[in-house]
Structure formats: structure tokens, C-alpha cells
Design a protein around this ligand. Sequence first.
Ligand code: ZN
Length: 274
Amino acid sequence: MYGTILSNLKSQPKKNSLSSPTSTATTNNHSMMSSMPEQGTTTSNNSRRQTMNKDNNTIECECCNKRFPKDEICTLTTPDGSVEYEHLCEDCEMMLRNEADPEATVFYNDDDYPHIITAYEDATEGDFKTSWHATDGWRGYFDITPSDQWTPIHSDCILSHSYDAEQLEKFDKEFQQYLLSNNINYARVFTRTSNLFSTGYDLFVEASKVAQAQTIRVFLSLKYRDPHTFNMTALTGKDPDEWTENDELFVKSWNRIKNGEDPEKILKELQGDA
Ligand SMILES: [Zn+2]
């Protein structure tokens, strides 16, 4: 199951995700360009008339710059309704839709039909919204916001092909079994990140039954979601049976530096121990 979801989220080029925060600016440039008057239309009355006829009936595509009949105009809007492209030809509209990477894939209960959210489509019909969260100029991940109907219960990250991911899969499976047998509706959301080896995992339950679901979350987190294992895997890329003493030292130091300790002090301490 995870394998299919991951390959769906990752099979396409990354450029869309990285350019999505700036795509509005790009679109504005395109609109400006295409609304500028055409040059070379004043040579003769005849050609001017021709140009006017052409301009009245056709319009330039914002994407491929070809002219096409005005009555075939396509627009492209984001799920929240803002217009990304005002006048596209049919081919470009189709191409842009098809090329838009899935930002999130949502599964409801035990139904394995994927509800995909891209920059231009929202198969959840507003149930979930994505937003790009930049961690720096190039890297980041998609955040997911639910409608009032859903409450987030567990947020995690799948570190591809790792022992930690296997543990998360067991967590996911047992959590689902519990929710199904207790008639609690749930949604699982897989979101894309700029890191090819990690995928966001978020579990939501129907808002009115969150207290009941919390009990099992605590139990399964203790069983399958050890924060040390997650950190070690994320930082070293290794499974527990491959961890060396140096890996442990590295992650321990990383945690201390993250908590504000002086790196030089830690280094001196470690050298003294050696
Ligand atoms: Zn076009």
C-alpha cells in the first residue's frame, strides 16, 4: 500500500512543487505579456483590418503563445478559487492539469480509492486543503488543513525503505483496525515533501469521536513510534541493526546542539572521553 502511494506522489518531476510558491508571480507576468499590444499592425489599412478581425476573434494562449478562437478559452483556477491562468488553449489547459503533481493523497476509511489534491484539483471537495510550508528557499513540505468535520490525531513522516517506516505501517494498520471495529470514521493523508525519501503521514478522525481514538493512539505510539528510532533513521539513514556507536554519538550531539548547547563544549567533552 505504502509503495503505491509513495510512487504516485513521487513519480513526477519536482519542479512544480518548488515553483508553486512563486507560480502566482509567473502567471502575472504572463498576463501582462499577453495583454500588451501587438507590434507591426500599422503597415496598411488592409493589414490593420485583418489584425483587428484576428484580435476580435482570437486570443493568445498564456502558455504556448499560439492564437486560438476566443470561444474556446479555458481558465485554470486553484482549489480555493483564485485564477492562475485566464486564457489558455484547450491543449495547454489539459497539459497543465495533467502535469500538476499530487500535493496530497487522501484515503477515507478502508476505501483504497485515492482522493488527490493538486494545484488545480481537489478531489476531497474542500474536505482538506494543502499549503506549501517552505523550510528554506528550495526545501519544504505540504501542510494539510482539515475541514471542521475532522480532527488531527497523529502526524508523522514515512522515511522510505526503513525499519521506522515498517513500524509506522504496523501503527497505521492496527490503528485502522481499531477505528473500523469501533465505527469511527477516519481519513489518512499522505503529503509530498521536497525530500524524495520522506512523505508526510497524517491521520484524522471524525471530530466527535476524537477522545475515544486518543486512547488507542497513545497505546500504539508507545508500541511503534519510538522518537529515538525516528531521529536515528532520519539523521543517519540507517536501520537499528546498522547503528554504530558513532551514529549514537552523532544523534546525541545533534539533539544537544538543537537544544542550544555549545558545539565546542560538546566536542571537547567527546574528545576527553576518547
Ligand atoms: Zn496553449
